[in-house]
Design a protein around this ligand. Structure first.
Ligand SMILES: [Zn+2]
Length: 342
């Protein structure tokens, strides 16, 4: 669909025009902002400074969006996010979604390059779990898992077989018991001969034993392993690794759980890299991240034909078109100022 920014700019709008009318593929904006609003409303009235600071930040997450209209780029895209402000709260459904897209893009750029440099390399998806814990034990549990991962990855057999890895932490909520289920998704890079040589190959039973030992666990933790042929299925694997760290529906299931969760994950890191992945990418998770372009090139001012401003319409739960300004008037579009803190 080609977007007619001229009509957006010229016509006096008698009916509201929504972001999804202009660009149906931008529907996730409405969904994630709605989820963020649900989280904000769940935190309302909770007498706690930290929780209120989070609520306030999330309330100011992406209240408006500026999109740029451009000539078709190499992917034939003509409509791109150009300006926005994000709260960067770990549990914010909008920021989680943007971060996930950014990490997927980083990995989809880096991994094929690594596989080209090391053509015999194969990928394995390893899922490592621990037994569910009470939400108030989540922080300690994740810390124990991180320590266990360190032990596992320093094991001789591991170092011999695994040349690089990306590890993400996901936390889900058991709907029946309300317990937290933290687990690791790991993408492992192993050389092709790993599968043919008992000297290198690590069986399911051995992985299980190593993980159990590393955890110092007195129970059998459950693990899953899946090997990939070359980079077939790479995109699915990358999505598994870089998807949200906690499903929005888990975050909004129960207010007490949500409050406890926010405290438990405060300042924890959820991504780590090692070996050849670390050499190429460094750490994936950064202090400041570009959640606007999420891995795509920034649009140059000279490429912009027009800009459109959309504001979040609270009763309707959609981003609504506010105005479109054609070039050369770019500097004239002013985004609404932030409200001051109450
Ligand atoms: Zn946010």
């Amino acid at each position: 669909m080609s977007l007619d920014y001229s009509s957006l700019a010229d016509v006096k709008q008698e009916h509201p025009i929504f972001l999804t009318d202009v660009s149906p593929t931008d529907k996730p904006w409405d969904e994630h902002k709605q989820q963020a609003e649900t989280v904000v409303s769940m935190l309302q009235g909770i007498d706690d400074d930290y929780i209120q600071s989070i609520r306030h930040r999330m309330q100011l997450c992406a209240p408006w969006l500026v999109f740029a209209h451009t000539k078709p780029d190499e992917r034939a895209k003509t409509f791109k996010l150009h300006k926005a402000e994000f709260c960067r709260v770990r549990a914010c459904p909008i920021c989680q979604w943007r971060r996930s897209m950014l990490y997927i893009s980083k990995l989809m750029k880096a991994v094929p390059g690594i596989l080209e440099r090391y053509p015999s390399m194969r990928l394995i998806h390893l899922v490592l779990t621990v037994k569910n814990c009470h939400i108030t034990e989540l922080r300690d549990t994740i810390k124990e898992m991180n320590t266990a991962w360190k032990r596992l990855s320093q094991k001789k057999k591991f170092k011999k077989a695994v040349k690089g890895w990306v590890r993400s932490t996901e936390v889900s909520r058991n709907p029946e018991t309300g317990e937290a289920h933290p687990h690791f998704h790991v993408m492992l890079f192993v050389p092709g001969y790993y599968f043919d040589s008992p000297e290198y190959y690590i069986t399911h039973a051995s992985w299980l034993e190593y993980w159990k030992d590393a955890l110092r666990a007195n129970y059998e933790p459950s693990i899953h392993i899946k090997a990939f042929r070359k980079n077939r299925g790479l995109e699915n694997l990358v999505h598994e690794i870089a998807k949200y760290s906690t499903k929005p529906s888990d975050l909004t299931a129960d207010a007490d759980w949500l409050v406890a969760f926010l405290y438990q994950v405060r300042k924890l890191r959820f991504f780590a890299t090692g070996g050849i992945v670390r050499e190429v990418l460094g750490e994936i998770e950064k202090e400041y991240e570009d959640l606007i372009h999420t891995g795509n090139e920034e649009t140059k001012d000279s490429e912009i034909l027009a800009q459109s401003l959309f504001n979040w319409n609270i009763p309707i739960n959609k981003y609504q078109h506010s105005k479109t300004v054609k070039n050369p008037n770019i500097p004239e579009i002013e985004t609404p100022k932030k409200e001051t803190s109450p």
